[in-house]
Design a protein around this ligand. Sequence first.
Ligand code: AMP
Length: 283
Amino acid sequence: MQAVTTIAAVRERVQAWRREGHRVAFVPTMGNLHPGHVSLIETARRYGDRFIASIFVNPMQFGPNEDFAHYPRTPQQDEGMLAKAGCDLMFMPDVTEIYPHGSERATRVEVPGISRILEGEFRPGHFEGVSTVVAKLFHIVEPQIAVFGEKDFQQLTVIRRMVAELCMPVEIIGAPTVRDADGLAMSSRNQYLTSAERALAPVIYATLKQAAGRIEAGDADFASIERAGCEALAAAGLKPDYFAVRQARDLAGPAAGERDLVILTAARMSKARLIDNTRARRP
Ligand code: AMP
């Protein structure tokens, strides 16, 4: 695997691959890789034959009081994991390569509506940062395929909408969430948990599954399901920001005949804010 830090080096490599007729699959990340990220490369294998991962902690998607400065950075370990996973090219730019005029003054991409609900309500500007950096990375890499985790379900929905509306010639693939044995979704932010909090954290997925069970059994009282979810998380000592039942295709409130739903939640413990979701199909 080759590791590069400049846009020019990425373009040179990718253009050579394209001339040779390869299908290029791209996995954007913020690094501090875990098996969830590695699974995205494995998914990418089913769609492409040359693989690029980017590692970039994107300042634009962090709020002023968020963990940008402290976000875990483990570049050497990441490089080893990507090489082992069969990645061909690792792109690890610094902030000035991506934002030569500073991230605050950069041209922005905004996907309206969907970026302002759920996570967007609690993290103003977050999805604008995500859609902007992903649009830039797509222009740099020009992949035919890009893989994102369903762990960040709203992010995946925002990216799909952006790609459709800006007519970007890239196919977006969603990959299933990788979890620890007790159900906790893997996340770089799990490191912020104390051992007591780590022991409690599986309640998030357990509560989501309970809600999915009610929906799959025919319960359509979504307000009651949402309330019960918040109460269960609070009873376990977490502080839920939201626990919401939505349509999977657009994250709107479930319409009467809509069967494919998703339950999304974000909950805070002392230092960590964790998000997770699960799908539920109405009978
Ligand atoms: P991040 O480094 O947190 O920005 O995540 C980079 C990509 O990895 C995103 O598409 C995430 O949705 C995905 N991802 C993060 N955690 C997991 C997980 N536990 N399972 C599957 N994909 C994940």
